[in-house]
Ligand binder design. Structure first.
Ligand SMILES: NC(=O)c1ccc[n+]([C@@H]2O[C@H](COP(=O)([O-])OP(=O)(O)OC[C@H]3O[C@@H](n4cnc5c(N)ncnc54)[C@H](OP(=O)(O)O)[C@@H]3O)[C@@H](O)[C@H]2O)c1
Length: 279
């Protein structure tokens, strides 16, 4: 298949390029090739002649989105509309990578694919508007919601490892009431590679199995990396000042993918696999 991937130099985009390298003709579209907020994106993606488009690019700086919601909307919502219009012209299905942050975060059990979205911050609102554009413009699409990604150069795991190598004098402080699914990009990429062969269009939650708080995730990273003794103080989300308001509880449940046999391994195992690649 001819597959175009946006955000190809991002964490997930790079993993998708690896997972799909064999047997496919890939067009890798980084920020240097397309500017999502530019309507010309439609012509540029249509010109690739792709059979499938995977749209992983996004303005992912959630605090930046909070400071400039118009920019978030232009990149994540209008940009997704331009990509969807290209797919319509190509007659190609779209894989739109979306987020756990489309949910309000006040549930008491993991969100299912059918649960109503109610984003509470500009990033989540812009990604949800992207989902709506996909629904409005296309018949054949996969919306793949992911969460708490790691795998590239800049992510939570790398940050914790850096702090462990050079701990602050007053120790580490991590939020204990924000809960999600730590998820390895390589596993999502394998899942997407399997999903696109099914033709079973719809909305999916592709996350590593299980959920935890940021604090528990940090502790597990430290344990697996041999720094279990490093003290970490749990703090409340309310005590961690930032421009964006994270939805507190956004664990996702994978119902739709599981019915097709597309599931991701437990998050502890995925973390071990990632740490092994860094060793
Ligand atoms: N990271 C997470 O924890 C997480 C959680 C839930 C959902 N997601 C979703 O998963 C997808 C992949 O995330 P990721 O972690 O791989 O993100 P990432 O590493 O930040 O990569 C995003 C890519 O999009 C590109 N990009 C940003 N603005 C653009 C624009 N205006 N026009 C064209 N390209 C642009 C970036 O290029 P530059 O760096 O050059 O700007 C970057 O290569 C995104 O759709 C994101 O919303 C991520």
């Amino acid at each position: 298949m001819r597959i175009a991937i946006t955000g190809a130099r991002g964490q997930l985009g790079a993993a998708l390029a690896v997972a799909l390298a064999d047997g496919h003709d890939l067009t890798l579209l980084g920020h240097g090739q397309i500017e999502l907020s530019d309507p010309q994106t439609t012509d540029q993606i249509a010109a690739t002649g792709a059979d499938v488009v995977i749209h992983s690019a996004a303005y992912t700086n959630v605090d930046g989105c909070a400071r400039d919601p118009d920019l978030a909307y232009r990149v994540n919502a209008l940009g997704t509309k331009y990509v969807a219009l290209a797919c319509r012209r190509l007659g190609a299905p779209l894989v739109y990578i979306s987020t756990n942050e489309v949910f309000a975060g006040d549930a008491n059990r993991p969100y299912r694919e059918y649960d109503p979205a109610a984003p509470v911050n500009a990033y989540g609102q812009s990604k949800w508007a992207g989902e709506l554009a996909v629904h409005e413009l296309l018949r054949d699409f996969f919306i793949v919601r992911v969460a708490w990604l790691y795998g590239g150069e800049r992510n939570f795991v790398r940050t914790v490892l850096r702090l462990a190598a050079n701990p602050p004098a007053d120790g580490l402080r991590m939020v204990d009431d924000e809960v999600g699914n730590p998820t390895y990009c390589a596993d999502v990429a394998e899942g997407v590679a399997r999903l696109i062969t099914t033709g079973c269009y719809g909305t999916y939650h592709l996350v590593n199995d299980g959920s935890c708080s940021r604090y528990a995730f940090c502790r597990e990273i430290l344990r697996q990396a041999g720094h279990a003794d490093l003290p970490v103080t749990p703090i409340r989300l309310a005590d961690y000042r930032r421009d964006s308001t994270p939805p507190p509880y956004t664990a996702l449940a994978n119902l739709a993918g599981a019915d097709l046999g597309v599931t991701l391994r437990p998050w502890h195992d995925a973390l071990a696999a990632y740490l092994a690649t860094l060793a």
